[in-house]
Design a protein around this ligand. Structure first.
Ligand code: CP3
Length: 341
């Protein structure tokens, strides 16, 4: 384990050169990803093919030498494994079969993690192909975010149906969240046992929730997952990413039991430096559009973030995933800037 910069920082150490990895570092901006993906048009089947998934997970590590590798999978594998049909329309993103809230809440957590055992096989293969200095990250979506996709039948502008359901049918809604939390905890436990050194929980839709709802649908189910991990003896650090949570970031950091917090690019950096717990490792928050822009903008944003977080345990990353139109050479520029080469 020695020499893994990301694990050191997640353990609270401050490094002169922060470790760096990027959300969606395996993806469509890489020609070698597109070549492998072209062979399997069914995205869920692709995620559940250990050979192909391990290959695309390793591609960005070979090309750039990131400090961490994140297993290639998707947050929507959980609804798939629990029994809701999930598919991807080309250019339109995810689609989920329409189901009533009552029917969704009746999907139990039992067996879901077992159905995702190919992801654990991918983790084992990736670990075998990684340099020892590279940390392996496993992940899952947080219950609220996954529930929004299940209820809306895909992505949505303001999660209107999901928010309405959370207020109008709290008992059924909370049953769905509890089932998702339990399936997700089992899945993350299996990922840690298969070799994930770090676990990340993606709460991509933490934005726009009033405090009582944030407590109920974001904090409580996330805490349930972390408690179950710890009760199962899993010691891997957990990174929480409540994208768009704004001022709720502080309570999320303090009350969910996570070990490190990932910040989005909309969160004010000075506010975050002043208000997030000083000892908690922080990851983020370069605007993905700056990576697309490159050049002077990239240079100045990288130095702004490095300066702001100097002296704190900090992991360099974007505030959200890489866009497919980012030129691959901008990622090399970014790494050179961070590593001072
Ligand atoms: O490299 C990595 O970061 C690991 C792989 C990864 C993917 N999805 C692969 C993927 C991770 C960590 C995710 C997480 C994920 N998936 C999230 C949380 C992070 C975020 O972006 O907020 C969400 C909300 C999803 C759901 C999802 N999957 C959407 C909305 C889409 C379509 C959007 C798009 O970019 O087309 C996906 C598909 C998806 N997941 C792709 C990849 C590389 C693109 C699929 C393709 O090859 O066509």
């Amino acid at each position: 384990m020695t020499g893994r910069a990301l694990l050191k920082v997640l353990g609270g150490e401050t490094l002169k050169t922060p470790p760096v990895w990027l959300m969606r570092q395996a993806g469509r901006y890489l020609p070698e990803y597109r070549a492998v993906r072209a062979q399997q048009p069914d995205f869920i089947a692709f995620c559940l093919s250990p050979e192909a998934a391990a290959e695309v997970t390793l591609q960005p590590i070979r090309r750039y030498g990131f400090d961490a590798s994140i297993v290639f999978a998707d947050i929507l594998l959980i609804p798939h494994a629990m029994g809701q049909k999930v598919w991807f329309e080309k250019g339109e993103g995810p689609r989920l079969a329409p189901m009533s809230l009552e029917a969704l809440a009746a999907l139990g957590p039992q067996g879901a993690a077992d159905r995702l055992s190919p992801v654990c096989e991918t983790l084992k293969r990736v670990r075998a192909g990684l340099p020892d200095s590279c940390t392996l990250i496993g992940f899952a979506g947080a219950p609220w975010t996954v529930a929004t996709y299940m209820i809306e039948g895909g992505g949505s502008k303001d999660r209107w149906k999901a928010r309405t359901a959370a207020w109008s049918e709290p008992e059924t809604f909370d049953r769905l969240l509890a089932n998702l939390a339990d399936a997700t905890a089992d899945y993350l436990i299996a990922q840690a046992k298969a070799g994930a050194d770090v676990l990340k929980i993606f709460e991509s839709w933490a934005e726009g929730l009033p405090a009582p709802l944030f407590n109920r649908v974001v904090i409580a189910p996330t805490r349930r997952i972390v408690e179950r991990l710890r009760a199962a003896g899993i010691t891997a650090p957990v990174i929480g990413f409540p994208k768009g949570a704004g001022p709720h970031y502080v309570r999320y950091a303090g009350e969910t039991g996570i070990d490190a917090i990932a910040t989005d690019h909309g969160l004010d950096t000075e506010w975050a430096v002043a208000n997030l717990p000083r000892s908690m490792p922080v990851q983020g928050q370069l605007d993905p559009a700056v990576l697309k822009a490159g050049g002077e903008a990239l240079k100045s944003e990288v130095s702004r973030l490095l300066d702001a977080w100097r002296g704190r345990p900090y992991v360099f990353n974007l505030g959200h995933g890489i866009n497919p139109d980012v030129p691959p050479e901008h990622v090399s520029e970014l790494l050179a800037l961070i590593r001072g080469q």
